[in-house]
Design a binder for this molecule. Structure first.
Ligand code: NDP
Length: 330
């Protein structure tokens, strides 16, 4: 007869500051929290380093004239570890913000608890979903004109989308590019009227209405054009371009927190203006997960710093008030 031993679950790994996400917001929060002797845990998530790991040259990070995105993120990770943050290679699949300490469960069942939680899970650019788009990503296809526009000086580029991001990216690109096409699937823009007026009056920008990109064309090394389909007539055409900027929106990575934190209609976490405080005291949100407007590494890093400082302040106040355990009063 065999006796099956009951496996007791491993105890939760506890930290005063639990950080989820490893982009500039998460790593900066970790650096600040570690330097405040709070021994933070940072759970890196499915794409350690975040969105910058899928870009190439970064030329707007202060202090670096040019740095590769993956290298910059690796440096931030090493910095956070050097000052005492524990970087954990795991993917959080569930959180419970209704009890203190807050609980997060990793992919393999590991339980992490935190007296405070910094959410820095970022956002993901929406893509068109074409194989050719994936093939030329980083070789002429981008989702960030602020990051990559500079590389298209005197070249011809196109932006896909009809919202504020697409219009602002087209206007930004018009500073460098020889010409900019705005490809939109309808014949009216969703962008606000001021942006629309600026775009439509710009001599270097030509809208292409009722058109969708069916394929990104290239020579194996770089983008050379796009194949377009007319959304009304179905007619096919092609357009010669050197770069394609996809600006059809972003999705904040907030699925885990739905129903537990206040979010806007697009799923961005709502914070108190001028802070990273969320609707649950002790939970802070930094970076693209709460910022739909700027979406810049340096802005996210700044918010990561704010989150760590606010978490530290919360812990000092909470320890004084003895409110770090029990049910969460929101
Ligand atoms: P939006 O959701 O506003 O716009 C997305 C655009 O992409 C729409 O025009 C949409 O077309 C188009 N689109 C979506 N999916 C596809 C697809 N598969 N193929 C082709 N086209 C597609 O996203 P934004 O990123 O522009 O803006 C997000 C939010 O942030 C908005 O609220 C915006 O106002 C705000 N914002 C504000 C700024 C400002 O105030 N300065 C700057 C940037 C953003 P369709 O119109 O047909 O649906």
């Amino acid at each position: 007869m065999s006796i099956r031993r009951q496996r007791t679950p491993p105890p939760a790994r506890h930290s005063k500051v639990l950080i989820i996400g490893s982009g500039p917001a998460g790593y900066t929060a970790a650096i600040y929290a570690a330097r405040s002797a709070l021994s933070p845990f940072l759970v890196q998530g499915p794409q350690p380093g975040g969105q910058l790991t899928i870009t190439t040259d970064v030329e707007n990070w202060p202090g670096d004239k040019s740095v590769q995105g993956p290298e910059l993120m690796a440096r931030m990770g090493r910095h956070a570890a050097h000052v005492g943050a524990e970087l954990i290679s795991d993917f959080i699949v569930e959180v419970d913000l209704s009890q203190r300490p807050f609980v997060a469960r990793g992919e393999m069942g590991t339980r992490y608890t935190g007296d405070t939680l910094v959410i820095a899970t970022g956002a993901n650019a929406r893509w068109l979903g074409l194989e050719s788009e994936v093939a030329y990503r980083g070789q002429g296809v981008s989702a960030c004109a602020t990051c990559d526009g500079f590389f298209f000086r005197d070249r011809v580029v196109a932006v896909v989308g009809g919202g504020n991001t697409a219009v602002e990216e087209a206007l930004h690109l018009a500073h460098f590019a020889r010409h900019v096409y705005l490809i939109h699937r309808r014949d009216t823009l969703r962008a606000d009227k001021t942006n629309q007026a600026r775009l439509l009056a710009h001599a270097k920008v030509t809208p292409i209405w009722n058109a969708e990109v069916i394929e990104v064309l290239g020579d194996g090394r770089a983008v050379t054009g796009v194949a377009l389909g007319d959304t009304k007539s179905g007619a096919r055409s092609s357009l010669d371009i050197d770069g394609l900027f996809v600006a059809i929106g972003h999705d904040p990575a907030t699925e885990l927190f739905k129903g537990q934190l206040a979010m806007d209609q697009d799923g961005y976490i709502v914070v108190t203006p001028g802070s990273t405080r969320t609707s649950v005291p002790g939970v802070f949100a930094a970076g693209d997960v709460q910022d739909r407007h700027f979406r810049q590494a340096v802005v996210s890093a700044g918010m990561g710093c704010m989150a760590a400082l606010e978490a530290e302040r919360f812990l000092i106040d909470a320890e004084t008030l003895e409110v770090l355990t029990g049910e969460v009063a929101v």
